[in-house]
Design a protein around this ligand. Structure first.
Ligand SMILES: *[C@@H]1O[C@H](CO)[C@@H](O)[C@H](O)[C@H]1NC(C)=O
Ligand SMILES: *[C@@H]1O[C@H](CO)[C@@H](O)[C@H](O)[C@H]1NC(C)=O
Ligand SMILES: *[C@@H]1O[C@H](CO)[C@@H](O)[C@H](O)[C@H]1NC(C)=O
Length: 473
């Protein structure tokens, strides 16, 4: 990276040590709003069939993803999904999350929620999700719950044969210049909305990419994407008049009468402050932003509805990446992309294997001596939160064990920046069986595995017998 893009790098390094970002709680106690705006049929199998979806062993072979549904049923897809969005997450759920004492949610989103980004000749997704996001964020803000917007399902598909990728396919095309570019436009729009739309006022962080492929040799260009992601967020903030440490805002933005006019001048205003790709992203985002604010009814005129005043009171969003140790084979370190507040996310799923032997003793020994936070911190990936976890195991777990398993994980993740459970809810139906027992936070609360106060434990000493005293001393 040419130093020309970082005029005050030395200053940045000094001024940002220890800064987490005012918007995020100092310890996160949260849940994911999974299967709301990125629907994974396995979490609501009966509703999916009722909607008109299908069930199959290999999800690429039937209607088992949003893409397959929209492709097969173009005439009803928007209406059917709208019904899902209104019922899967509504005021009742916000009230439950609030009553559970949680302070944050992570909201998985698809690129298609920014509708002009979808190439409708080859890509199929429902429309209208952005209005539901605006509705849900307003309800969360009213409840005082902080939001992490998570780019979960990326343009071109970022993970093979996964419902969470939006389309089940082995044709993974995200790690290409064209799709990185689209993801950056998405980032520019979400950053803008987070700052200018009052409904988005509780958005504190944006996560760049959920669970990229672990083998870094299969994610070429991801390191450059990380740097461009942070620059896009900070460039938009400068454009909006939000203070970015180490950068002086170009004067032209201060005289713009509205947000879209500011975007139209980015090419000349930013000069060489940011990479050419970042400047191109802002240019290409301009007409898309125009469409999206029209769809949402968001005010863009600085002199109206106290927009200037509200922007002056906003602080930088916290840029968020999966931690460097999520990948292997010489991954790029997202810490190298940092400008302003940044946090890191790790997901630990023992149920998928490869973490610990499949028994109680091994699980508790592993989690009670978790080295991930220290290993990440050694690579400047700090603060670290655990953005997805749950109670599923590779063996038949007793109720007694699940209580210990919940306590031990909460103790481990609480030593970092906190945690967000996967998921806030799971369908309860004959077809879903007892899936909710280990995957649903609300069900875990009801059964007493989780505590009514998320900062508490059933047994705060659960780890004592398992801690390696050699390490702990
Ligand atoms: C939320 O949706 C559920 C159906 O899943 C419904 O029973 C409930 O009444 C809805 N709550 C509100 C406040 O609309
Ligand atoms: C934004 O400002 C530009 C330039 O002054 C103007 O042409 C445009 O109509 C304005 N848009 C809105 C929505 O006010
Ligand atoms: C405890 O940790 C030390 C140092 O890593 C290791 O050598 C030892 O085998 C561990 N003991 C147990 C009981 O896990």
């Amino acid at each position: 990276m040419s130093p020309a893009y970082f005029p005050s790098l030395a200053l940045l390094t000094i001024s940002l040590v220890g800064l987490v970002g005012a918007g995020l709680p100092s310890t996160i106690y949260g849940v994911n709003l999974g299967s709301w705006l990125v629907l994974e049929p396995w979490m609501l199998p009966q509703e999916w069939l009722d909607m008109g979806g299908e069930q199959c062993n290999d999800c690429s072979t039937c209607i088992a993803s949003e893409f397959a549904f929209a492709q097969a049923k173009p005439d009803i897809v928007d209406e059917v999904f709208n019904q899902h969005w209104e019922t899967w997450f509504n005021q009742t759920d916000v009230d439950q999350i609030n009553a559970a004492g949680l302070n944050a949610v992570r909201v998985p989103l698809g690129y298609w929620i920014i509708e002009p980004l979808v190439d409708r000749t080859t890509e199929y997704y429902p429309r209208g999700g952005i209005l539901q996001l605006q509705r849900g964020l307003k309800q969360l803000a009213a409840a005082g719950i902080t939001v992490i917007l998570d780019h979960h399902a990326l343009p071109g598909v970022a993970s093979p044969n996964q419902m969470f990728a939006g389309r089940c396919t082995t044709d993974v095309e995200f790690y290409t210049p064209h799709n990185y570019h689209r993801a950056l436009i998405w980032t520019a729009i979400m950053t803008t909305l987070s700052h200018i739309d009052p409904a988005f006022s509780s958005v504190a962080a944006i996560e760049a990419v959920n669970e990229p492929i672990m083998d870094a040799s299969q994610t070429p260009g991801y390191g450059d994407f990380q740097k461009n992601f942070v620059q896009v967020v900070r460039a938009v903030e400068l454009l909006l008049g939000i203070h970015v440490p180490g950068y002086a805002a170009p004067a032209s933005f201060a005289v713009a009468s509205n947000v879209t006019a500011g975007f139209q001048t980015t090419a000349t205003s930013f000069g060489n402050m940011f990479t050419p790709e970042v400047v191109q992203v802002l240019k290409d985002a301009t007409p898309i932003l125009f469409e999206v604010v029209k769809q949402l009814g968001t005010n863009v005129v600085y002199s109206q509805a106290d927009l200037r005043g509200r922007l002056r009171r906003r602080s930088s969003l916290v840029t968020t990446f999966m931690d460097v140790n999520w990948q292997y084979n010489n991954p790029a370190n997202p810490a190298a992309a940092k400008i302003g507040p940044q946090v890191y996310d790790n997901h630990l799923y023992y149920v998928f294997g490869g973490v610990a032997a499949a028994n109680e003793e091994a699980y508790l020994t592993s989690i009670c001596n978790l080295g991930r936070i220290a290993a990440d911190a050694a690579l400047q990936n700090s603060p670290l939160f655990f953005g997805e976890w749950g109670l599923p195991t590779q063996f038949e777990a007793t109720d007694e064990f699940l209580q210990k398993w919940a306590d031990a994980q909460k103790i481990a993740y609480g030593k970092g920046a906190g945690w967000l459970y996967w998921n806030f809810k799971i369908e309860k139906s004959a077809l879903a069986g007892d899936l909710a027992r280990e995957w649903s936070y609300m069900e875990g609360l009801k059964r007493g595995y989780l505590t009514l106060d998320p900062t508490a434990f059933n047994d705060p000493h659960v780890c004592d017998p398992y801690i390696n005293t050699t390490l702990a001393s």
